[in-house]
Design a protein around this ligand. Structure first.
Ligand code: ADP
Length: 693
């Protein structure tokens, strides 16, 4: 509720309260009007004798008591008002006299009247006046006995019989009460009171069931705020009438007073009674009630305003807190390194910037609205349908089981990437949705793959080394056995010269083989250590080719293999700045291998001039090499057949040494081969011919 609205309410309430109280104010003014009309309208016709008598008796005093409210009411300042006072004032005004009032306790008043210390009693029972020997005027005031009852009483009073069994409070010495209650005295309990408000108080606080007092006592009800009791049953058949008692020696005054009493019309009397039956009620409530109501309203409004302000502060604080929290979450959401989406019925309804960029979309608007299938390929790596798998995951999540799994996603441009996906069920505005967190794990996957690869390689390398060591020991032992065995044979004295020569040849060959192996090991160690140094010099490559040809010519002949050497360029165009030994070693390696793996046919070698390179080749018609091994054989220790039973000698280092030497010359080496159709090894050298010195 706003402060404005509170103020409107306050104003409305003040008007209401004012209106409520204004009703009484109006009643007061109307009664005052009645009183005025009493004094104005009446004309009293006194005889000359009466006028003279009055003139001679200016100090007439009438007595009364304040015990009978509202006949006479004394306020806290000792001022008097009430029905008697009104009547008395009217009498004085109409007779133009100055009668005064003596007020004291009732017995004192009566005694003084009897002793003629005062001249009369204002209102008293006719019978009492008789008993006291006072003269009586006509009826000055009439009232009626009335039963007062609590508003929430559980019984009704509609006839005198209804008082049976009840406790009834009333004023002591009230003759009308004695008369009314007498027939029922055996059926009722009575409480006699000495103060006029007590019978009513007893009903109000529940001590008595009924109070029997006068109709005019409604004034007392209002004065004492006995708000829970009402006058309920009035005994109109028992009027309580009062006369004025006048000292016995002044009958003339009785006549004068009677004239005034006669001048009262019925309306005038009723006006006085209703004034004291209702007006006082109003008076006692009027401003106090107004202030009470306003006070109450103000308290309520102040409370509302206070609570409103407090509430606004609270709301503001909570709003600020909420905004700060929202901002924090938003920042977290936006700055997250993972893509975050909220899916409703399988469709993206919210996402962060990372999601947009990860899937390669332009903007959030473009990304929102797409479904899970759009960002997945048709099939996952396990060949299962993405649609079916995604559906199952979503179902599981919605039924309360969060999902964590690897997924292959597809970007807008069709690129695939591996992701880790975390799906959690959440409620958004009461609707069950899915919070999806997608992490790109491409790098992780690649690292995994690389790790696996290197693991495989390490294992392979380990395996190769084992095989190498085995083959190395075989390679070394074979020639060593040859050397030692034949050297031993040479010790025999009677060996023919021819055999001796053969033995020495075997020892030489074996020694050479050992030397080759040792050279290979030294070379590969140098390569490993990065210590290969080229001794370049201007070299006629035809010389190298001729050397190789000459070296293998006899072997080819022995094995009935055609050995062909091709040298297309003229000598002066075939001089290059190269390390002659290393190029010779490369060609020798390749030709050795060709012999190793060729049973029959031919081995041709040479070069071709292509643009800015010379492309060397060694071609055989041997066993050929499986395509899968074409690259691998250039790695260290690699052999197509690494089994122990391999009949081919070799350490598996020749090609890797050749490759390192070729690359050192800025060339390339490769093989083209088909199993059982022979192999051709190629390597290039940059063609920058120089002059031979
Ligand atoms: P090795 O000392 O074992 O010959 P290489 O590095 O020279 O070592 O060769 C590696 C492997 O390549 C050989 O073991 C063989 O399996 C294969 N290879 C090399 N040259 C040929 C060829 N001309 N024909 C068939 N296989 C070959």
């Amino acid at each position: 509720m706003s402060i404005k609205r509170n103020i409107y309410s306050l104003v409305a309430c003040i008007f209401l309260a004012y209106g409520f109280c204004a009703t009484f104010v109006n009643a007061e003014s109307s009664n005052t009007g009645t009183q005025d009309s009493i004094s104005e309208s009446a004309k009293i016709h006194l005889t000359e004798e009466e006028k003279i008598w009055l003139a001679n008796h200016p100090d007439i005093v009438f007595g009364y008591t304040s015990s009978f409210e509202p006949l006479l009411i004394e306020n806290e300042n000792g001022e008097f008002s009430g029905i008697i006072v009104d009547l008395f004032e009217v009498i004085n005004r109409r007779l133009n006299t100055n009668f005064s009032m003596y007020i004291n306790k009732w017995p004192t008043v009566l005694r003084k009247a009897q002793d003629k210390e005062i001249d009369g009693v204002l209102v008293m029972k006719s019978s009492l006046a008789d008993r006291m020997g006072l003269l009586k005027t006509k009826i000055a005031a009439t009232d009626y006995p009335t039963f007062y009852i609590r508003r929430n009483a559980d019984f009704k009073i509609e006839s005198l019989d209804d008082i049976k069994g009840k406790t009834i409070s009333y004023m002591k010495l009230a003759a009308y009460a004695d008369e009314i209650l007498k027939p029922y005295k055996d059926d009722i309990n009575v409480i006699e009171c000495t103060q006029s408000h007590m019978p009513l108080k007893m009903v109000a606080d529940g001590t008595a069931d009924l109070a029997l007092t006068l109709t005019s006592n409604i004034y007392t009800v209002a004065k004492h705020r006995y708000t829970n009791i009402d006058p309920k049953y009035t005994l109109w058949q028992y009027p309580v009438e009062g006369v004025m008692g006048i000292r016995p020696d002044w009958p003339i005054l009785v006549g004068i007073i009677n004239k005034v009493l006669d001048s009262f019309t019925e309306e005038e009397r009723n006006a006085v009674y209703s004034k004291w039956g209702a007006l006082q009620y109003k008076k006692s409530f009027n401003y106090a009630l107004l202030w009470e109501i306003l006070g109450g309203i103000s308290v309520v409004i102040i409370f509302f305003i206070w609570s409103n302000i407090a509430l606004r502060h609270l709301v503001k604080r909570r709003t600020d807190e909420l905004m700060a929290t929202t901002l924090q979450y938003r920042t977290l959401f936006e700055s997250a390194s993972d893509a975050i989406c909220i899916l409703k019925e399988g469709v993206v309804v919210m996402c962060n910037k990372k999601a947009v960029s990860l899937f390669g979309y332009e903007s959030e608007q473009e990304f929102i609205g797409i479904n899970a299938q759009t960002v997945s390929p048709e099939l996952q790596p396990n060949r299962q349908s993405s649609k079916e798998l995604a559906y199952a995951r979503i179902e599981q999540t919605l039924s309360g089981n969060p999902q964590f799994f690897e997924w292959q996603h597809q970007k807008k441009d069709g690129t695939l990437f591996d992701a880790e996906v975390n799906l959690t069920p959440i409620k958004v505005r009461g609707k069950l949705c899915i919070l999806g967190v997608i992490r790109d794990i491409t790098e992780k996957k690649e690292a995994e793959r690389a790790l696996l690869e290197s693991k495989k390689k390490a294992e392979e390398s380990d395996r190769l080394k084992t095989a190498f060591l085995a083959s190395l020991s075989h390679e070394i032992r074979t020639p060593m056995n040859g050397i030692l065995g034949f050297a031993d044979l040479l010790k025999q004295p009677e060996i023919p010269e021819k055999e001796k020569e053969d033995f020495i040849n075997v020892i030489e060959t074996s020694g050479q083989r050992m030397l080759n192996i040792i050279n290979d090991l030294i070379d590969i160690s140098k390569i490993e250590a990065g210590q290969v140094v080229l001794n370049k010099e201007a070299t006629l490559i035809h010389e190298i080719l001729d050397d190789v040809y000459n070296f293998f010519h006899h072997k080819a002949k022995e094995r009935h293999i055609d050995l062909i050497c091709d040298k297309p360029l003229p000598d002066d165009a075939a001089v290059l700045e190269i390390d002659k030994n290393k190029i010779t070693q490369i060609l020798t390696n390749l030709v050795v291998n060709a012999f190793k793996f060729t049973e029959s046919g031919s081995i041709s070698f040479g070069y071709k001039h292509k643009d800015n390179v010379l492309e060397f080749y060694v071609k055989d018609t041997g066993i050929g090499i499986d395509k899968q091994m074409h690259n691998i054989i250039f790695e260290r220790f690699r052999q197509v057949d690494i089994t122990f039973s391999s009949k081919n000698e070799g350490s598996g280092l020749g090609l890797s040494i050749s490759k390192a030497f070729v690359e050192k010359h800025d060339g390339e080496i490769w093989v083209t081969s088909k199993i059982n159709h022979g192999s051709t090894f190629h390597f290039t050298l940059p063609y920058k011919p120089v002059q031979k010195i």
